[in-house]
Design a protein around this ligand. Structure first.
Ligand SMILES: Cc1cc2nc3c(=O)[nH]c(=O)nc-3n(C[C@H](O)[C@H](O)[C@H](O)COP(=O)(O)O)c2cc1C
Length: 222
C-alpha cells in the first residue's frame, strides 16, 4: 500500500530540540556587510554537523519571466560574489543568458537558519571556469565532459556510454577543457539572514546594497 502523504506530513515537526539548536541573532552585533556574517554562519553550521551546507537552491527566470529552481553547489563567496558552476547551454544557463539575475537559498536546519541571496549574475572569464573545474575531482571533470546537460536523453545506456568515455578522458587527460562548463558569479544586492526562534519570533535581518550608500541593514517581520 502507498504511504499516506498527509499522515506523514502531520507527523513531522521542524526544529526538534533533540537535533536542532536555535542560537539567538542579535542584529546590533551583526557585521556591517553580509559576507562576514555568511562566513561566520557557514563555519557555525559546519561545526554543528550540518550535512552538505554548501548546496543551495538557485532560482532563475526564463525570457518570459517564468521561474525555475534547482540545487547546485556553492564554489565560493568573496568580494566578487557568490559563485557556482554549470553548463552554459543547460536550462539555467539559457535563463541566465536571457536574464542575468538570480536568487540563492541556503537552508541549514541544524541551527534553524536560512540565507537568501539575490542579485545580478556574470560569467567568469573562461580560464577561471576551467581552473575552477580542474581544481575539483575527477568525477566533477567527467560530469562536466559528459555535457549536454538538460537536453533530452534517449536512454540510460546512452548516458552510460557518454559517461564512460568522459571518465576515461578525465583520468587520462585531467587538463581537458570542458567547453560549456562555466563559473558564474552572483554579486548580491540583497542578502537576508533568517534565524529561527522557538516561539516563532524568527529574526530576519536583511542587508541591502545601494550605490553610494553601501550596505544598509533592516529587520523584516517574520
Ligand atoms: C546536491 C546537488 C548538487 C548539484 N550541484 C550541481 C552543480 O554544482 N552544477 C550543476 O550544473 N548541477 C548541479 N546539480 C544538478 C542540478 O540540480 C540540475 O539537475 C542540473 O544542473 C540541471 O538543471 P537545469 O536543467 O535547470 O539547468 C546538483 C544536484 C544536486 C542534488
Amino acid at each position: 500500500m502507498e504511504p499516506d502523504l498527509h499522515d506523514l506530513l502531520r507527523s513531522l515537526r521542524v526544529w526538534d530540540p533533540e537535533v536542532t539548536e536555535l542560537p539567538p541573532l542579535d542584529p546590533a552585533a551583526a557585521p556591517g556587510e553580509p559576507l562576514a556574517l555568511f562566513t561566520r554562519w557557514f563555519a557555525e553550521v559546519v561545526a554543528a554537523g550540518q550535512t552538505e551546507p554548501h548546496t543551495m537552491s538557485l532560482a532563475t527566470a526564463d525570457a518570459e519571466g517564468l521561474p525555475d529552481v534547482r540545487v547546485v553547489m556553492l564554489h565560493g563567496a568573496d568580494a566578487d560574489g557568490w559563485s557556482f558552476a554549470t553548463h552554459a547551454h543547460s536550462r539555467k544557463g539559457t535563463h541566465l543568458a536571457a536574464r542575468p539575475y538570480a536568487a540563492l537559498a541556503f537552508y541549514w536546519p541544524v541551527l534553524g537558519r536560512q540565507v537568501r541571496v539575490r542579485g545580478p549574475v556574470e560569467q567568469a572569464p573562461a580560464h577561471e571556469s576551467q581552473a575552477d573545474l580542474h581544481a575539483r575531482s575527477t568525477g566533477a571533470l567527467a560530469a562536466a565532459l559528459t555535457g549536454r546537460q538538460s537536453e533530452l536523453l534517449g536512454s540510460l545506456e546512452d548516458l552510460t556510454h557518454a559517461s564512460e568515455a568522459a571518465w576515461e578522458q578525465a583520468q587520462r587527460a585531467p587538463d581537458t577543457k570542458a567547453g560549456s562548463w562555466t563559473l558564474y558569479r552572483l554579486r548580491p544586492d540583497e542578502v537576508e539572514f533568517f534565524q529561527g526562534e522557538a516561539r516563532r519570533r524568527h529574526v530576519r535581518l536583511r542587508y541591502r546594497w545601494t550605490d553610494g550608500e553601501g550596505w544598509t541593514r533592516e529587520l523584516l517581520w517574520p
